[in-house]
Design a protein around this ligand. Sequence first.
Ligand SMILES: NC(=O)C1=CN([C@@H]2O[C@H](COP(=O)(O)OP(=O)(O)OC[C@H]3O[C@@H](n4cnc5c(N)ncnc54)[C@H](OP(=O)(O)O)[C@@H]3O)[C@@H](O)[C@H]2O)C=CC1
Ligand SMILES: CC(=O)[C@@H](O)[C@H](O)COP(=O)(O)O
Ligand SMILES: [Mn+2]
Length: 386
Amino acid sequence: MKKKQIAILGSTGSIGTQALQVIEEHSDLYEVYCLTANNRVELLAEQAHRFHPAAIVIANEARYDELKRLTDDIPDVKVYAGAQAINEIVEAKPIDIVLTAMVGFAGLTPTIHAIKARKTIALANKETLVVAGELIGNLATQYHAPILPVDSEHSAIFQSLVGEDVNRIDKILLTASGGPFRNFTIEQLAQVTKADALRHPTWDMGAKITIDSASMMNKGFEVIEAKWLFGVKASQIQVLVHPQSIVHSAVQFDDGAVKAQLGVPDMRLPIQYAFSYPKRLTLSGERLDLFKTRSLEFFEPDLKKFRCLALAFEAIEKGGNMPCIVNAANEIVNRGFLEDKCGFLQMSDIIAETMQRCTYDASPTYDTYIATDAEARRIATELMNK
Ligand SMILES: NC(=O)C1=CN([C@@H]2O[C@H](COP(=O)(O)OP(=O)(O)OC[C@H]3O[C@@H](n4cnc5c(N)ncnc54)[C@H](OP(=O)(O)O)[C@@H]3O)[C@@H](O)[C@H]2O)C=CC1
Ligand SMILES: CC(=O)[C@@H](O)[C@H](O)COP(=O)(O)O
Ligand SMILES: [Mn+2]
């Protein structure tokens, strides 16, 4: 059987490196066609030596010469630089699956190119659906490009829906770990540092999503992601704080049955399932032992404490380009918090104010999203530097 050719956008990150482990474990089924990164040329070059892709791309053009030098000894690897090169490489004919594992708004345009080239999308970059879920859904339908979720909760929902009629969904039970500050008071939240926020209780992930988990903006984004992926109303999605991160999410049907996917927290499974769907493959690693899991708890989220989650709900309600505004402002404050330019609670203040000030558009197009992203970033940056 011909091996599936995979493009990994963001191969040097948390999802990207775990995807390479999956490919290594199933090297009889999958081959790396292309790897991309933003800045980390050493790691990208190391990966190119190990996996011999046809092409590698570094988004930051200033790092091109270094990457070229580090990979000069690899025969037949094409080396490119720049965002446009990523848009073009995903269209390459041999590619079967594009894994979108880059972080942030930068994932939107290459995903659109991949959809238009009729690739299967293994979607980790949730920001793509947060910003432009309706547009992406329409394009995926028009170009017959399947979108398979990699986000753990959405993979769990997707797995729970196998063999089911989506019209029989009563509600989606979207689980959240609650992050490192689950039991903190607002007064305590005002004092937390980036080191505290980067200590996620159950998942080992990249810095941006780890901060989003601490503020629970990640869960707000996941509600939006679920709405577009599964075609349900936001009111059908219930967020449950589940500190153990064992029940990765569940679906309740209209006969009362609840189907869930459980497992130890390990992103290799959802990544692999997106590659192998509709089949399952073996996967090495720890197995869930329910005797050792002393309890599975579920709580309601506190929207007063975790205002970012409330703001995401507001954005869904408003629709149009509002989720795009929230995403852009969040990218600014998330980076700002990591660079000690704003405090933890200031993040939601700045996002809320950006939502008020940025130009609203009820029926956005691709061009609107590009303009909105730029405007919201400018406003949020001004507010942060005030
Ligand atoms: N980590 C996880 O467990 C999960 C992640 N996700 C989602 O997956 C995506 C990736 O997350 P994660 O792996 O944690 O992130 P990381 O920060 O670990 O990795 C991000 C990757 O994207 C590259 N990158 C960053 N910015 C750009 C850009 N502007 N253009 C091109 N490439 C870029 C980075 O390159 P470089 O290394 O050179 O900076 C790196 O390869 C996010 O959207 C996240 O929400 C979803 C569920 C779980
Ligand atoms: C692994 C994964 O899918 C993350 O999105 C994870 O869910 C983050 O944890 P929180 O539930 O704390 O946001
Ligand atoms: Mn998730």
